[in-house]
Design a protein around this ligand. Structure first.
Ligand SMILES: Nc1ncnc2c1ncn2[C@@H]1O[C@H](COP(=O)(O)OP(=O)(O)OP(=O)(O)O)[C@@H](O)[C@H]1O
Ligand SMILES: [Mg+2]
Length: 150
């Protein structure tokens, strides 16, 4: 996957959150660091088409995020796991996965149970299966979010 930002500026009224940003992000891990208010969240929101830049162009795998159709296309190839993504803290880990699996249309109980077992193994939370989500560490909660993207 390749993400290009070309002369991207984003203003909120008088506030310029991002000014003339040029950036190429290729395959691999890319870390975006900056002080509070630097514009990181604003940039992430623009990359997934939740916010439009004031000026400049954003391309994801060559697709320019400048039309509804293109934004739809990109949403099929991009995943975004924010810091907060609406887990129910009072549910146990397996119940949480079960709930989201049902929302995704997995109706068959047996198959859903098998799916949850696989997902618990993939994210390494097998031993937390019957533990309340509220007691997980921040990183464990993020891991629990990964299968919810698919
Ligand atoms: N919807 C908005 N309306 C007005 N100003 C906004 C809006 N969203 C962000 N801003 C402003 O844009 C600037 C960048 O904010 P942003 O949330 O992108 O920063 P950040 O790098 O994610 O910060 P943090 O590390 O605190 O999460 C800040 O000055 C912020 O107040
Ligand atoms: Mg932020």
């Amino acid at each position: 996957m390749n993400i290009s930002l070309r002369n991207v500026t984003k203003r909120f009224g008088q506030v310029t959150a991002i000014q003339d940003l040029n950036l190429e992000i290729g395959t691999g891990v890319f870390a975006l660091l900056g002080p509070n208010g630097a514009g990181k969240t604003t940039m992430m929101k623009m990359l997934v088409g939740l916010l439009a830049p004031t000026s400049g162009q954003i391309l994801v795998d060559g697709i320019s995020l400048d039309s509804k159709q293109n934004i739809e296309k990109v949403r099929h190839i991009i995943n975004y796991l924010p810091q907060e993504f609406g887990l129910y803290p009072s549910l146990k880990v397996a119940e949480e996965l079960d709930y989201f699996a049902q929302l995704r249309g997995h109706q068959d109980f047996k198959r859903r149970t098998a799916l949850i077992e696989r997902l618990l193994n993939v994210v390494g939370l097998q031993e937390k299966k019957y533990v309340k989500v509220s007691t997980l560490s921040g990183g464990m909660r993020q891991r629990l979010g990964l299968p919810l993207l698919y």
